[in-house]
Design a protein around this ligand. Structure first.
Ligand code: SF4
Length: 258
């Protein structure tokens, strides 16, 4: 008698799905927001994604079967994006999903803050496997000053910068994003340092300033969590332009061709 063997599928813990995302990577995208994050960014507008190991359990096949329904809208540049929460906390699921997506010729985009990055094994080999099936990564640098980064997120920025350096050294394309928060990141000296740092990197297709907003406040009230940035208003248009100039965002136009 031959016993049938079954391989247990890798489950993803999904917070939510957006079928027509236009800001999470090139073109129109199907965006999967994965559940779980260790950071505690003071400006986070999705505190409901923080808990690890909760969310809707889904397989990569279920997600791809749904995503493919929207393929006609993606054009040449669109595809799927995995965001969060911190998507890299579910690296096995990402490898499974992106490997299958690439086999279907789908453009893949990883949105990450880089906090889980490590050269320790077996994690690092998994990361290399993931990069081999990732077309572009959206990487947030919350603060270039590590002390201010720690105050802002609860972690220093070493793992984030190590991940970015690895991507830079190994031909992996990036969009770098920076949230501009008065009294937290909107300091000329930090913006200038960040601009200089980005200039040292390879494969940066786009640099974006994301102005801080207060749309997440309601979620904090619902969850009964004190809002850490009470009284801090979004940056003025002039400060956003100032940050864009200090980061020289105009110099990064590779995304127009990707
Ligand atoms: S890394 Fe993203 S999801 Fe996590 S706390 Fe920061 S903003 Fe929120």
């Amino acid at each position: 008698m031959v016993l049938a063997t079954t391989t247990k599928p890798v489950m993803g813990y999904v917070h939510s799905i957006e079928t027509f995302g236009s800001v999470d990577g090139p073109g129109i995208r199907y965006v999967i927001f994965l559940q779980g994050c260790r950071m505690r960014c003071e400006f986070c507008h999705n505190p409901d994604t923080w808990n690890i190991g909760t969310g809707d359990e889904m397989t990569s096949d279920e997600i791809l079967a749904d995503a493919i329904k929207y393929r006609a809208f993606w054009g040449k540049r669109g595809g799927i994006t995995c965001s969060g929460g911190e998507s890299l906390l579910q690296i096995d699921f990402l490898i499974d999903l992106f490997t299958k997506a690439k086999a279907e010729g789908i453009n893949t985009c990883l949105d990450t803050c880089g906090q889980p990055f490590t050269y320790k094994e077996p994690w690092f080999s998994k990361f290399k496997q993931l990069m081999a099936v990732t077309d572009v990564s959206l990487v947030d640098i919350k603060q270039i000053d590590t002390d201010r980064h720690k105050r802002l997120t609860g972690f220093n920025n070493e793992t984030v910068l190590a991940m970015i350096q690895y991507m830079s050294d190994n031909g992996h394309h990036m969009w770098i994003r920076h949230v501009l928060v008065p009294e937290r990141t909107d300091y000329d000296e930090n913006l200038r340092d960040l601009g200089h740092y980005i200039k040292t990197l390879n494969n940066v297709d786009k640099v974006e300033i994301l102005p801080y907003h207060t749309m997440g406040v309601v979620k904090y009230e619902t969850l009964g969590i004190d809002y850490p940035l009470k009284g801090i208003e979004p940056p003025t248009h002039d400060r956003v332009v100032n940050a864009e100039n200090l980061l020289q965002v105009e110099d990064y136009q590779g995304w127009r061709t990707r």
